[in-house]
Design a protein around this ligand. Structure first.
Ligand code: HEC
Length: 142
């Protein structure tokens, strides 16, 4: 009987000290500067194949496919046309989607305005990971 009380006591002590440690870790996490957390959060968590699958899914879900088909121009240039021009110019689709670089595939102001409306309307709300996935998918259509 005495022995089991001792064991229980030890176990309680053990858990209590564990709890303390967790608290300390949590405190550290809370105190971690936002910049550091952001950096960790934007680290690619997926491999190339997963990006491709996610990008293909998003391309339809986010309505990109309505205006961009693989081979033919619908409203916007075909995906092949876009990936060809971006590859040739060593340009970055992610930068375009983030609004950091101007259009290089179709520079007609009316056309640019249509795509710009998407960038300002909803593309700006996509996560870095979603944008990266869309770019990986587009670049894969050659
Ligand atoms: C309402 C039609 C429409 C939708 C929806 C649309 N686009 Fe576009 N997109 C266009 C048009 C028009 C252009 C041609 C103008 C231009 O190149 O900026 C274009 C051009 C582009 C370009 C080439 C930009 C360049 O350098 O010229 C990329 C990349 C692109 N779109 C990606 C996307 C992605 C990704 C989505 C979905 C998140 C999307 N588009 C949704 C109409 C659309």
């Amino acid at each position: 009987m005495k022995k089991s009380v001792l064991v229980l006591g030890l176990a309680a002590l053990f858990f209590a000290s564990c709890g303390e440690k967790k608290k300390d870790e949590l405190k550290k996490e809370v105190e971690t500067p936002v910049e550091e957390v952001k950096e960790v959060a934007t680290e690619p968590a997926k491999g190339p194949a997963e990006y491709l699958v996610l990008g293909e899914k998003l391309f339809t879900e986010k309505t990109c496919a309505t205006c961009h088909q693989a081979d033919t121009k619908v409203i916007g240039p075909s995906i092949k046309e876009i990936s060809k021009v971006y590859a040739k110019n060593n340009a970055n689709i992610v930068a375009f989607l983030k609004g950091e670089t101007p259009a290089i595939v179709d520079t007609d102001p009316g056309q640019v305005a249509i795509m710009k409306a998407n960038l300002d309307g909803f593309v700006k709300d996509l996560t870095s990971e979603e944008i990266a996935a869309l770019a990986v998918y587009m670049a894969s259509i050659k």
